[in-house]
Each structure stands twice: as C-alpha cells, then as structure tokens.
Write a protein that binds this ligand. Structure first.
Ligand SMILES: [Zn+2]
Length: 263
C-alpha cells in the first residue's frame, strides 16, 4: 500500500466509529422502511413504550451494553440486531478502507455495501428487498461511474444489465426445473445495483459465490434443522456477502482465471 496522508490505528478507529454511526442509521432504515415509515421523523424511540431515546442512550454498540439490552424507561428487551448491525457496519467500513485506501472509489463502495447491509437484514426479517433502496441504488451506481468509479457510465449500465439479467435467467431456468418461483424480483434489482457499481465481471462472480454459499448453508439447514425444502431462504444476504467476497478476492481470482484459460 502506498504511503497514506491519514493512516495508522488512529485513522482506523475514526473510520470504524463513522461506520458504527452509519450502522445506527442503517438500523433505523431496517426497522422503518418495510413498515413504510419515515427514516427522518420522528427521532429514535422505544417501539414498546414510545419513550424517546436520548443521545447518551443512542451511542453505537456501547449504549446497548451499558443498558444491558433493555429500554431505560420500560425495561423491555432491545433486539440484539441493533448492536450487531452497528458492529458489522464498523467492520465493513474498516475492511473496505483497509483494502481500497483513501480513493475516489471508497465513498461509492461504502454506500453500496451499507445499502446491501440494510437490504440483508430487511430480507432476513421480512423476505422482501425494498425497491426504494435497489432502484435508486442502481441509478446511484450509474451516477457514481461519472464521478467516482474508475470506469464510465456505459460500463455501469452494462454491469447492471448483466447482473440483473443473469439472475433473471437463472430464475426462469430454476422455475422451469423446480416448478416453483426460484428467484424474487427483489434479488434481480439488487443484482442490477451491484452490477452498476462493480461491473459485469464482479457481478457474475457475486452470483457464483452467492449460489455456492446459499447451497452450502441450505444443505446444512436441511440436515441439521430438517428445514423443509419449501421454506423460502432469503437470497439477499448471500448476494450481499457474495458481492463483498467478489470485490475483495475478485481481481486476483479473475486474473488467475483469464491467465489459465486465455493466457
Ligand atoms: Zn421502552
């Protein structure tokens, strides 16, 4: 890594803190977007007693630990999802900053993966991927290609078409083979967003990684929990994790692949 103007453990701590604060906002989106509530108003409040959460009870991760996971007013349990999302967001910021460094791409990638984090937890809870994130997200990818990404808008549009299109084709094929809906429309729009930000190669790799991770855990759940094969398993979190792996390992893997077969 080249010498950075702002690097080292102190910079890392600041990046993680900013990530945790964005994670706090991600929690608001995860709770409110599927319920069609405003993410701006009102301020954070307890869903049980309605008491407003004061700023010193709203510190990422720390407040949850200090309050031992309970509302200060009524004592009802706060979901462990709150500190989990805040910690994951901090880790995500740290990981992407570590990998990419201070560059113009960094804010674009942070925005993409924060959106994927929000989508993953909404998909886990409600089995939906809200268009209100993925559609403006796809447009944001095309806009980012004009200012932040190393490639131009044609590359972003093509990436979006390949990402969404391949998943759509997989869904049609799966529907014919399994005689049930194999791929939700939300997953297709999610992949259009991923493709617009990361390009068609990383998008294809994302789908391969997600299918691999999904069949691994799907098989494990079938064995361990005797989970019915008909139980829908949300695919959004796998696509999100697949996109992260594809971005981090993708260029190395793709170079190796193209060397092997075309080199
Ligand atoms: Zn309460």
């Amino acid at each position: 890594m080249s010498p950075e103007p702002f690097a080292g453990p102190f910079a890392g701590a600041v990046v993680a803190l900013v990530g945790a604060i964005f994670g706090s906002f991600a929690n608001v989106c995860i709770h409110r977007l599927p319920r069609r509530l405003s993410v701006v108003r009102p301020g954070s409040h307890c869903p049980h007693c309605g008491a407003a959460v004061r700023w010193f009870d709203n510190l990422p991760v720390l407040s949850y630990l200090l309050l031992r996971g309970r509302c200060r007013s009524c004592g009802s349990r706060i979901s462990p999802r709150y500190p989990l999302v805040e910690a994951l967001s901090a880790l995500l910021f740290l990981l992407l900053w570590w990998e990419i460094g201070w560059s113009r791409e960094l804010p674009a990638y942070l925005a993409l993966f924060e959106a994927l984090l929000i989508i993953s937890f909404i998909d886990l809870e409600h089995q939906i991927i809200p268009d209100v994130i993925s559609l403006p997200g796809t447009l944001a990818g095309v806009l980012a290609s004009l200012f932040l990404l190393p490639h131009g808008p044609l590359w972003a549009v093509f990436g979006g078409l390949v990402g969404g299109g391949v998943l759509y084709a997989v869904g049609v094929l799966g529907g014919v083979l399994l005689k049930q809906e194999a791929m939700g429309g939300g997953d297709i729009k999610l992949m259009a967003m991923v493709g617009a930000f990361l390009g068609w190669k990383i998008a294809l790799l994302t789908i391969i990684f997600a299918a691999f991770l999904g069949s691994l855990t799907g098989g494990a759940m079938l064995l361990l929990l005797r989970h019915s094969r008909r139980t829908p398993i949300p695919f959004g979190p796998y696509l999100a994790l697949g996109a992260l792996l594809a971005l981090l390992a993708g260029n190395t893997l793709l170079a190796w692949y193209f060397d092997l077969f075309l080199g």
